[in-house]
Write a protein that binds this ligand. Sequence first.
Ligand SMILES: Cc1cc2nc3c(=O)[nH]c(=O)nc-3n(C[C@H](O)[C@H](O)[C@H](O)COP(=O)(O)OP(=O)(O)OC[C@H]3O[C@@H](n4cnc5c(N)ncnc54)[C@H](O)[C@@H]3O)c2cc1C
Length: 445
Amino acid sequence: MENKRQRIVIVGGGFGGIELAKKLRNKEVDVTILDKHNYHTFQPLLYQVATGGLEADSIAFPIRKIFKGQKNLKFRVTEVKKVIPEENKLLTTIGAIHYDHLVIATGSTSNFFGQDEIQQNAMPMKSIPEALNLRSLILQNLEQSLITSEPTTKAELLNFVVVGGGPTGVETAGALAELKRHVLKNDYSEINIDQVNIYLIEGSPELLGPMSVQAQQKSQQFLEEMGVLVYTNARVKSYNGKTIELLDGRNISSATVIWSAGVKGVILDGLNPECTVRGNRLKVDRINKVECYQNIYAVGDVAAMITDETPNGHPGVAPAAIQQGTLLAKNLLNIIEGKPTENFKYFDKGSMATVGRNRAVVDIGKIRFQGIFAWFTWMFVHLMTLVGFRNKLIVFVNWVWSYFSYDRGTRLIIRPFIKGEKWKAINSLQTEESPQVGKTESPKV
Ligand SMILES: Cc1cc2nc3c(=O)[nH]c(=O)nc-3n(C[C@H](O)[C@H](O)[C@H](O)COP(=O)(O)OP(=O)(O)OC[C@H]3O[C@@H](n4cnc5c(N)ncnc54)[C@H](O)[C@@H]3O)c2cc1C
């Protein structure tokens, strides 16, 4: 009898997908990894790209390079459009791809909770192109403010609003405050610094919801010391591109609203909607198998493992995706060899957020600390988790340079800010009507 090697197809070269594929190195399976980008993105530092602190290249790493020499793996740059589970087939922008086992590791995207007007006008920050687009918008608005004398328009251009007081919102507001304090003062001497305002808007009573009370209070104190106007218990009602209206009746004029108020899973078309739970995530069992299917799995942000201990699933953080990817590799091999599988158990390594120079908050189990030591811890952990020695070195040099020079060196408008249809066109590999989608024969994978 022919001993056919099983083909594992992984959609998504993020933290979960990459770790899973790495763990299958030299195993008796064929692995195909598909991603719409040819690089892996280190999302925790996207806000530094958006605020001119780091080059985009230093937080991205070519996926091909990660798998150099991994003979049982093929990588293709393609966007997966649909799954046809009954045929074990994916429809992609390069044609149909068959699988024996499918792993969905597509991550998450910004959640605007169905508010179309906000989605059209606010800025998401989930990918490198989005972070660069935001950087251009911030810098263009600053430039525009210099040639505008009309007070309302000037206020719109100089008010920066971050919505969502989780780690991303806190870090972004802190970075904008540093840009104001250290860069605008020197490089934009014509701007009256007192007219530049950074707002952070959070719907719940405190920032950094899942962290300790100490971290919540200290992060707010740090931000306020840095001049950020923190509005807690404040919910956004509408945003038309010029004015953000809060439910309590307050209004802020702003042409730059950064949306970090929530995420939802990126689910592929063709999957049974009954397998999804709140937040657009796929309901998985304790080995990350999507509950409605026998050979489809999900890891990372897109997966929701609902158990008595984790009624909301695991947190949408890199360590959860990495740990799920690691164990799933082992379990897939066990399944193929007819051996018993092992249930997933999340090891919580702690949480941290940085607010700015010498200011961060860290919770590790029962240990909590804030301030300069927390800031060094944050930097160390992020440097160590960045992929690639070159990236680590570049980021380290950048941070040391910024620390001593008080500068944010990559304030470049390389491609002017764009939004709407133009943005969609530039960011999709091929259009929805791509003739390749739906081709029945497999490309060479
Ligand atoms: C701004 C920001 C800051 C963050 N900070 C932290 C932090 O400090 N610490 C922390 O632990 N976590 C942080 N996170 C969360 C962390 O980045 C995610 O939890 C983690 O990336 C999830 O990994 P993943 O593998 O599930 O998905 P991702 O890393 O998002 O990867 C998904 C991949 O799938 C690809 N993809 C999606 N759809 C398709 C498709 N249809 N076809 C082909 N490819 C597709 C994408 O291109 C992407 O490469 C942050 C996230 C953001 C956005």
